[in-house]
Ligand binder design. Structure first.
Ligand SMILES: NC(=O)c1ccc[n+]([C@@H]2O[C@H](COP(=O)([O-])OP(=O)(O)OC[C@H]3O[C@@H](n4cnc5c(N)ncnc54)[C@H](OP(=O)(O)O)[C@@H]3O)[C@@H](O)[C@H]2O)c1
Length: 213
């Protein structure tokens, strides 16, 4: 099992311009080169699925299929034990294999909705999702290489569980509001990484880090 965090962050480690707003809104503002997006899509294609947190689905309403080559696979994953994601979300548009982590407290109504939409409900926890159990259940379904695209709360929770193997970090040439969402949101202990790769595209720095014990 390999879990990589794939994210863009500002020079001060922030991933979205304001709480409740999407990081994607920065692309036109900053004039992000197409090559930066291509780099991100290539990383996605080297993984079996893209995994995002509920907060990211609620704010960004992502489709998570833009990286797929014609006829190529796109698999998207989230967790939503409380059934908070609106049924009109792009996540449920049927355009890709879709999996949602659920728990013993997830409502029957929401589970029925997921079944109707052809979404795979992955049971992983009694009330909250047990991230270790969830990641193991995904591997059993053939998804053993995960690209996690945040947000900061999910990134932190995965790091705290010792589940993060790699960090693909796109350094955005800007400083953003420090009150917004951090790449690893909230408190936590020291976590060390080793730089494996570093590439420059215009004013952007594309990096790959390996988590070290
Ligand atoms: N710049 C970028 O590359 C980028 C990428 C992605 C997202 N973003 C931005 O990030 C923002 C959203 O980030 P966010 O931090 O608010 O939300 P988030 O990380 O997307 O969602 C948090 C999710 O993690 C779950 N979680 C947290 N701790 C957990 C634990 N210990 N065990 C199990 N599950 C746990 C929460 O579950 P519960 O609901 O059960 O607590 C919730 O479903 C958006 O503004 C988005 O635009 C930016």
């Amino acid at each position: 099992m390999t879990l990589s965090i794939l994210t863009a962050a500002s020079l001060n480690g922030v991933i979205t311009p304001a709480r409740g707003s999407t990081g994607e809104s920065l692309v036109p503002v900053l004039g992000t080169p197409r090559e930066v997006l291509e780099w991100k899509w290539q990383v996605r294609r080297r993984h079996d699925a893209v995994f995002v947190g509920t907060g990211t689905v609620l704010v960004d309403d992502p489709g998570l299929t833009s990286h797929a080559l014609p006829g190529g696979p796109a698999v998207r994953v989230t967790i939503d034990s409380a059934g908070r994601i609106p049924r009109s979300a792009r996540f449920f548009d049927g355009s890709a294999r879709t999996l949602v982590g659920v728990s013993g407290t997830t409502s029957r109504d929401y589970l029925d909705f997921l079944t109707e939409r052809g979404v795979e409900a992955v049971l992983a926890g009694e009330s909250r999702i047990d991230l270790r159990r969830f990641v193991a259940a995904l591997a059993e379904r053939g998804l053993s290489k995960l690209a996690v695209e945040g947000g900061g709360t999910l990134n932190r929770a995965l790091l705290a569980e010792g589940l993060v193997d790699r960090l693909y970090l796109i350094l955005i040439p800007a400083v953003l509001d420090a009150g917004s969402v951090n790449l690893f949101e909230g408190a936590g202990g020291l976590a060390r990484f080793r730089l494996e790769e570093c590439e420059r595209i215009g004013d952007y720095v594309m990096t790959r880090y390996l988590a070290v014990e």
